[in-house]
Write a protein that binds this ligand. Structure first.
Ligand SMILES: NC(=O)c1ccc[n+]([C@@H]2O[C@H](COP(=O)([O-])OP(=O)(O)OC[C@H]3O[C@@H](n4cnc5c(N)ncnc54)[C@H](O)[C@@H]3O)[C@@H](O)[C@H]2O)c1
Length: 346
């Protein structure tokens, strides 16, 4: 496979990250052949950046499958509301198309299982975007933990304090349990949870969480959450997230180990070693960074490029859907724990 054919379904806000990413990856690597959205103008607006790309609003599942059959993309990017990830991913996989979906993999473990099974059955790949794993300092800390240099993980914490105005929820899926699957945890802070899993290389075994809707009035899901998440070695990860702060404060993700503490502030990593030495790892951002979301997470290009490389070489994409399902399981365990007012064992 020399040059990939790609299709996109869902041309909303997140295209601000995909547009520069696909442009930088370039027409010698990828040709965007099809952009789909139930709102034709959105599909057209995205397609017009890619010569020869067709825009379509024929997005019911039958028409969708017909379009895939007609345009034969090698990969479909799913940029849809959360509750739709599963049905479109399964339909694409069943049509013999590889899929790279936005996070979260779905809104339930059942969704995730259906997608994983469809991928296995079709022998087509399914990837899930967690672009912040590509932050340079994240990779460094993951290796330092894996090779034992940082020593055992003793504890972790993450804090997200962001601002989401009422207008952010002014659409037909955000702010609802049935369509978004939750609020600040599943949509924004899922990245922090995923980074703790990725860097520590440990799974959660117990979750005690609390969620509430305290400030934002036009949503039914949580706008604040906290949790004590016990990792498999007994270390406790303290989690906090809210999206009613006055601005998008830089996310903080910290891991305290025997030999040092790693603190990620937005995309800058500081490691303070117990011997008094300090190390800072700044991101070597991809060229698209200036045009994407500017507060956190401009690494879509890196993940998409890695996935394209893998497909071209016929190797597995950087991580599989089982991995993304584990992150979703922690998110859903916080919701369950809050609902039953008790801890949840994973
Ligand atoms: N990785 C990240 O950091 C990041 C950041 C933002 C959003 N996202 C993810 O991107 C996805 C989309 O989020 P968004 O903010 O762009 O949402 P959005 O509401 O702006 O866009 C969703 C688009 O899907 C379209 N749509 C809805 N139903 C459809 C259907 N049945 N068929 C075709 N199109 C349909 C809508 O018309 C809309 O244009 C979500 O999974 C979200 O979590 C990821």
């Amino acid at each position: 496979m020399s040059k990939l054919r790609a299709a996109v379904i869902g041309c909303g806000r997140i295209t601000s990250a995909y547009l520069p990413a696909l442009k930088n990856i370039g027409p010698e690597t990828v040709e965007l052949v099809l952009a789909m959205d139930k709102q034709l103008d959105r599909a057209e607006k995205f397609a017009e950046h890619f010569p020869g790309c067709t825009a379509s609003d024929m997005v019911d599942l039958i028409s969708f499958k017909n379009l895939l059959r007609e345009y034969q993309p090698d990969i479909l990017h799913i940029l849809l509301p959360h509750h739709l990830h599963c049905e479109y991913a399964v339909a694409a996989l069943e049509s013999g198309i590889n899929v790279l979906t936005e996070k979260p993999i779905g809104i339930s473990l059942m969704d995730a299982d259906k997608m994983i099974n469809a991928s296995k059955k079709s022998k087509k790949q399914l990837g899930v975007i967690f672009q912040n794993r590509y932050i340079d300092g994240v990779e460094r800390v993951r290796s330092l933990i894996q090779d034992g240099t940082l020593g055992a993980v003793k504890g972790a914490f993450s804090m997200l304090a962001w601002h989401r105005p009422p207008s952010y929820y002014d659409c037909d899926w955000k702010g609802n349990w049935m369509t978004e699957g939750g609020g600040v945890i599943i949509d924004q802070a899922i990245h922090s949870i995923d980074l703790i899993r990725y860097m520590t290389n440990m799974e959660a075994v117990k979750v005690q969480g609390h969620v509430a809707r305290r400030v934002l009035e036009n949503i039914e899901v949580e706008d604040v959450a906290d949790a004590a998440i016990t990792l498999e070695n007994g270390a406790v990860y303290s989690f906090f997230a809210c999206n009613y702060y006055t601005k998008n404060s830089p996310i903080r993700v910290e891991i305290h180990c025997e030999n040092g503490t790693a603190l990620l502030t937005a995309d800058k990593m500081d490691i303070s070693w117990e011997n008094g030495e300090n190390e800072t790892i700044l991101p070597s951002l991809c060229a698209s960074s200036a045009e994407g979301e500017n507060y956190w997470g401009v690494f879509h290009e890196k993940q998409i490029r890695s996935c394209y490389d893998a497909l071209t070489r016929g190797t597995p994409m950087p991580w599989g859907p089982e991995d993304a399902k584990k992150t979703l399981e922690i998110v859903l365990s916080i919701y369950l724990s809050a609902r039953i007012s008790d801890s949840v064992t994973i």
